[in-house]
Design a protein around this ligand. Structure first.
Ligand code: BGC
Length: 563
């Protein structure tokens, strides 16, 4: 394995819509990110990933792009984007963008053209098929495949009487990657941004570019009237890897850039190597979701009722499977959450009594695992899930599609409970900068309500508190990137310790010269954990405790003496 600059980075993901608003319209913008670059530099990260800010009707907050070559006016101008890249670089921070390759907006000129008739030059840039009829003559989609955002993955278009494929929302038609002109257009676009100075991409929803092209019904059993969530029909298919190799040859290989593909929950460890193996023509890393829902909250509403408990054994074995399965073969990104998942302190930590301890403990794990860690904005101060009291406070397109059908089945109260635990909006609330109105995010009306705890949890308070979550993140980032333990933390091997311990996540990081032991208590009660105390010295922890019993959410990072 050749060492690369991006292995020695800590990434910071920014959701621009909710980061910092400078013009009072209630939506974060690029000047807002520029304003906060000093804060980001003080945090110590050296890479930022910015979620889409391209021109978009915002059906899915920018993942529905209508012009890849321009900045949406909500976020600013192309000059702002250039200035942001320039100013980040002067602070030693690289910038990666979100590259959306699976779909466009239905308002993108390509799709506007494609819809017009069946013979236009762009018709084949999207996936159009005839529908079917049931025995009563009612119109049905071409097959029974589900969409990720509820309902069928097809949408009917009156204009030509055909359906177009859309695995996300109706306003996000899937591109047809079988078409060589389309592939060239996407490569040109990626090169254009790299030439502008960006350092790479997080590549959105990359697992889905190739579809099963017979488009036959899934055999998965589903209730009548429902669609089959048979994601394999458009995930990780062999053909996809041809597209990626071509993209690699045409684009990536010509730049010193980094790429992180998003493969979601569909790809396993072996498949990750096909995407990003050291000798593969693909990406440099891939995000998977396997460790994100180890408190049982994923899926239907029934699972978000009652108290959620982290399955610590499952959580650590999932990490172990990925880390050991990737060792020497593929570099991993690590993260706790992104804009599609709930806040991690609400998932695996505690939002009240042990807020500080648990948020710090989660940071310590993230920043001592092998791979490149990505922090999601707000995580560094322990931002929590929403406290909304009405279903109407949520705005995500998935929620908008889900609520009408849920209302036919379950009470408003249960929908609310579910959304407060599982909705993507949990991670999309305004950044909590200070304790002034709207948490200092905007002087206008924020596009999503600020979480009520901003007076207690905010950047200003934590920047001046040496025991805060933020201060701990800074210390941990320094430890990882700039201390004498840098090499072992970045490149060292990984081994779980007491892997069947039900409450503690403990592991060693080691190389020929040194050994680090990380011990993290995932419980809100004291837990006993025996280890050879005398052979280690303490580097960082979040509480003052010398006993063999770990306090609630305590973590310890220790170094083997003489190592
Ligand atoms: C992004 C989501 C988005 C979807 C469609 C995902 O992987 O992270 O936020 O809704 O792709 O682009």
């Amino acid at each position: 394995m050749k060492k690369q600059w991006w292995m020695e980075t800590v990434g910071y993901q920014i959701y621009p819509r909710s980061y910092k608003d400078t013009n009072g319209d209630g939506v974060g913008d690029l000047p807002g990110i520029i304003e906060k670059l000093d804060y980001i530099a003080r945090l110590g990260v050296n890479l930022i990933w910015i979620c889409p800010f391209y021109k978009s009707p915002m059906d899915d907050n920018g993942y529905d792009v209508s012009d890849f070559y321009n900045v949406d006016e909500l976020f600013g101008t192309l000059d702002d984007a250039k200035e942001l890249i320039r100013q980040a670089h002067t602070r030693g921070i690289r910038v990666i963008l979100d590259l959306v390759m699976n779909q466009t907006s239905d308002e993108h000129p390509w799709f506007v053209e494609s819809r017009k008739d069946k013979v236009n030059a762009k018709r084949d840039w999207y996936i159009w098929r005839d529908g079917k009829r049931d025995k009563n003559g009612n119109r049905l989609p071409p097959n029974n495949w589900a969409s990720f955002f509820e309902g069928s993955c097809w949408n009917y278009d009156d204009l030509t009487g055909q359906y177009y494929m859309k695995i996300f929302s109706n306003k996000m038609p899937d591109l047809n990657w079988e078409n060589p002109e389309l592939r060239k257009a996407m490569a040109d676009m990626a090169r254009w941004w790299l030439d502008l100075g960006v350092d790479g991409f997080r590549v959105d929803a990359i697992a889905h570019l190739a579809k099963e092209t017979s488009f036959r019904d899934s055999k998965m059993k589903v209730e009548p009237g429902r669609f089959a969530p048979d994601w394999r029909k458009f995930s990780n298919r062999d053909r996809l890897f041809d597209y990626l190799a071509e993209f690699h040859d045409e684009v990536l290989t010509h730049y010193d850039c980094v790429t992180v593909g998003e493969v979601g929950g569909g790809a396993n460890v072996e498949e990750a190597q096909r995407y990003a193996g050291f000798d593969t023509k693909g990406f440099n890393m891939v995000f998977n979701f396997d460790h994100c829902w180890k408190n049982g909250a994923f899926g239907d509403e029934g699972r978000t009722l009652g108290k959620l408990t982290t399955d610590v054994i499952d959580l650590k074995k999932t990490f172990e499977r990925w880390i050991l399965g990737s060792e020497g073969k593929v570099w991993m990104p690590q993260y706790w959450l992104n804009h599609d998942h709930p806040r991690v302190v609400s998932q695996y930590g505690d939002t009240e009594e042990y807020h500080r301890e648990s948020a710090q403990m989660l940071g310590a794990v993230l920043l001592t695992l092998p791979g490149t860690p990505f922090i999601y904005n707000g995580e560094e101060i322990g931002m929590t899930n929403v406290d909304y009291t009405s279903v109407d406070d949520f705005n995500d397109v998935w929620v908008r599609n889900y609520v009408p059908s849920a209302r036919k089945r379950i009470s408003e109260e249960r929908i609310l409970t579910h959304l407060r635990r599982a909705s993507r909006d949990n991670a999309r609330t305004p950044m909590q900068w200070d304790d002034s109105v709207n948490a200092g995010f905007t002087t206008g009306k924020p596009h999503l309500k600020v979480v009520g705890n901003y007076k207690r949890i905010n950047v200003r308070q934590q920047e001046s508190d040496e025991h805060s979550v933020l201060t701990m993140y800074k210390r941990l980032i320094q430890l990882r990137l700039h201390s004498g333990m840098k090499d072992v933390l970045i490149y060292g091997k990984f081994a779980l310790v007491q892997q069947d311990h039900p409450d503690i996540f403990a592991y060693r990081r080691f190389d020929d010269n040194s050994e680090i032991l990380v011990i993290a208590n995932f419980r809100d009660y004291k837990v006993n954990f025996a280890y050879e105390v005398d052979t280690y010295e303490l580097i960082i922890s979040n509480v003052v405790n010398f006993g063999s019993e770990l306090l609630p959410y305590e973590f310890r990072i220790l170094r083997a003496k003489g190592g």
